[in-house]
Ligand binder design. Sequence first.
Ligand SMILES: C[S@@+](CC[C@H](N)C(=O)[O-])C[C@H]1O[C@@H](n2cnc3c(N)ncnc32)[C@H](O)[C@@H]1O
Length: 345
Amino acid sequence: MRDMPLDLTAVPSTDPIRAYRYRDGLYAADFITAAVVHLDFFTWLHANPSTKDGIAAHFGFTERPLDVLLTLCAANGFVENRDGTYHATPTAVEHLTSASPWNLKPYYASLKDRPIVKDYLQVLKTDKPANWGGDKAALDWHKAMETDEFSRSFTAAMDCRGIYLAQAMAKKVDLTGRKRLLDIGGGSGIYACSFCAHHPHLQATVLDQAPVDRIAQRCIDERGFHDRVSVATGNMFKDPLPADCDVHLFSNVLHDWGIAEVKELLAISYKALPAGGLLIIHDAFINADKTGPLPVAEYSSLLMHSTQGKCYSTQEYADLCREAGFKPGAYQDTAADRGFMVATK
Ligand SMILES: C[S@@+](CC[C@H](N)C(=O)[O-])C[C@H]1O[C@@H](n2cnc3c(N)ncnc32)[C@H](O)[C@@H]1O
């Protein structure tokens, strides 16, 4: 425990990128192993260049996990999308197909029973996320977040990451003339507090459900922001959003949900914001043509395994914002393979 709250405008003296990338990319090797060993995916694709629908029909895959697999393969230089038809690249053909003398499938074969590898085979077919950490006895992630023990440890995980990520974003977002930020699914409130630390005129509200709301209140008090950051308890899908906020933040929230829920949340946000209101989406973004960046494609594999979501592309977010009525702005990088996109009502 620290005696004095950390100055949230402070930056670390060294770069944590390697530590982030091991954690974010942890499951990607298992996903590739499932594709190589169980599915012989590249041998089939080399013989049958196909559209996404064609691949889905042949293997019985569902859209979301297949999209994440193709993005991971493209980011690795194993597949190429030529006008909607996916081809195995020369690298994949030489090293990951059965007729090649350099085929590495036998090298992967002994890893085929790793639990996360087997989870991926299920998720690809059912679209139903496996449980957090691959724990078969555990509740699904959203149910687990309603329990004290899991929500405490998960919120601590988000909080320690946010200390670094929030300051990198807060200093880049222009909040001139903005009054109150609503941090939707705000967890410990680290992003709301960090925004207030960087923008002295700003007030904020953290919206989250029980029991995370209590954790948020304690963290905000400990950080000394109780006079500027309040907590609202509620279900972001069902309860009316606090009406007095002219900035909405979804930080690492939309990536937990499928397209239907993301559309719902953006529509809810649009309805609650005043004209001219600002939406900020903070996340790890896939590039517009879904060829990378590799660390984000790897992180997306982890999210796809354990939640209903994935990392959406800059193009997908821009289209979803437009559909909800927003005018999307440009994407900007922040730190540790994350970034943000703003949109205005
Ligand atoms: C991945 S965490 C992100 C936390 C924080 N925004 C961050 O960037 O670290 C997702 C958050 O959404 C909250 N959440 C999930 N479903 C929710 C709901 N229906 N209503 C309100 N909050 C919800 C969770 O409790 C959790 O704090």
